[in-house]
Design a protein around this ligand. Structure first.
Ligand code: NAD
Length: 341
């Protein structure tokens, strides 16, 4: 291990832990995994084996061992959201920085508790894994908007949807464990990305539908409206408050992973299924394909940003727990609007 290599523990060795492990491998000497925790000892051992890391069957065991030997610089929490409060508290109490997967929590009440833990232990950095903030095309769209290519921004359009029939019997669609369905799972990424690109939103309307009886929503269509963008947003004067955001989230439909930024002089369209192409269209419909770096780098960029924020106190695009709370509130509002007759 090189000097300065950032040593991670992964807590929850399921599906998304694999994406983080791939990102660690892609980082060369910048990152490594020194411990893996899962309630399922076999899952923990399997992932740990790839890195010569230690494995534990609980977060409590990990932090007990780390107190004595100090072998982690940060944790990535990849459990279902309902399991996070105790783990985050153990980490922050010990001064171990946290990157917790999205959504911050499965309920607004838990999200508030997590945000207040982050405040209580504010000397220890804590972030939420809203990885679409690290998609290169997102930054290219904002930069070129700042340069005037699409004029003044009018609308942001996004779909994160696909067919996930296996979710019908997993914790993902269990109202108690997941708190929400497609709109919390995929839509929390959307809401956070809208906040990152355009400004924090108000939710104006929401329609949810449920394909699976007694389970969480399988589809959501939501209308957002932005408030003031951040002063540092690269779109600058071409982005003002009042941008409309349309969000489509789905677990039981054909796959679409797209983000569009529409201005009064043209638009950008990014399709994750064509990862190296950003399409610009002018008002006459003439299109230009701009080559961009693939969104595949987002997990690696996010983890390196985590390491840089902790080790070098670098400025970061990572979502804070406060950002996670804002997205959680947006879900709560949408859920109430969707229930209205
Ligand atoms: N950023 C992304 O694009 C993205 C993609 C997929 C999933 N996610 C998020 O990642 C989280 C995990 O999703 P997943 O698909 O990996 O789920 P998963 O069910 O595949 O894995 C979760 C793992 O956590 C373990 N676990 C549960 N409780 C635990 C505890 N208390 N301590 C230790 N381990 C525990 C389970 O045994 C399981 O192995 C979710 O919040 C999900 O929304 C993010």
């Amino acid at each position: 291990m090189a000097d300065g290599t950032f040593r991670l523990a992964i807590i929850g060795a399921g599906g998304i832990a694999g994406a983080h492990a791939g990102a660690v491998k892609a980082s060369g000497d910048r990152l490594t995994i020194t411990a893996v925790v899962d309630l399922n000892a076999e899952s923990a051992q399997k992932l740990a084996g790839d890195f010569g890391a230690r494995s534990y069957a609980s977060a409590a065991e990990l932090f007990k061992a780390n107190k004595a030997e100090k072998f982690i610089d940060g944790v990535v929490i990849c459990t279902p959201p309902s399991a996070r409060i105790a783990i985050v508290e153990l980490a922050l109490k010990q001064g171990v920085p946290v990157l917790s997967e999205k959504p911050l929590a499965h309920t607004f009440a838990d999200a508030k508790k997590l945000a207040s833990l982050a405040k209580k232990y504010k000397k220890t950095p804590s972030f939420v894994g809203y990885c679409h903030r690290f998609v290169p095309a997102v930054h290219d769209m904002l930069r070129m908007t700042g340069e005037g290519k699409i004029g003044s921004v009018v609308r942001w359009e996004n779909a994160f949807a696909c067919d996930l029939p296996g979710h019908e019997t997993k914790w993902f669609s269990d109202p108690k464990k997941a708190g929400g369905g497609a709109y919390l799972d995929m839509g929390s990424h959307s809401v956070d990305l809208f906040h990152f690109m355009c400004g924090v939103s108000t939710t104006l309307g929401a329609v949810f539908s449920h394909k699976w009886k007694g389970r969480t929503e399988t589809a959501a269509t939501v209308l957002l409206k932005s408030g003031k963008p951040s002063k540092t947003n690269a779109a600058g004067a071409n982005l003002k408050a009042g941008v409309a955001g349309s969000v489509v989230s789905g677990w039981a439909e054909s796959s679409r992973f797209t983000v569009a930024l529409v201005g009064d002089k043209g638009s950008f369209f990014y399709d994750y299924e064509k990862p190296a192409e950003l399409i610009f269209k002018d008002l006459l419909g003439k299109s230009e394909t701009i080559t961009v770096e693939s969104h595949d780098v987002r997990f690696a960029r996010q983890l390196v940003a985590f390491a840089d924020a902790v080790q070098n106190k670098a400025k970061t695009n990572l979502a804070s727990f406060e950002d996670g709370l804002v997205a959680a509130k947006a879900f709560d509002v949408a859920l109430k609007l969707a229930k209205k007759k």
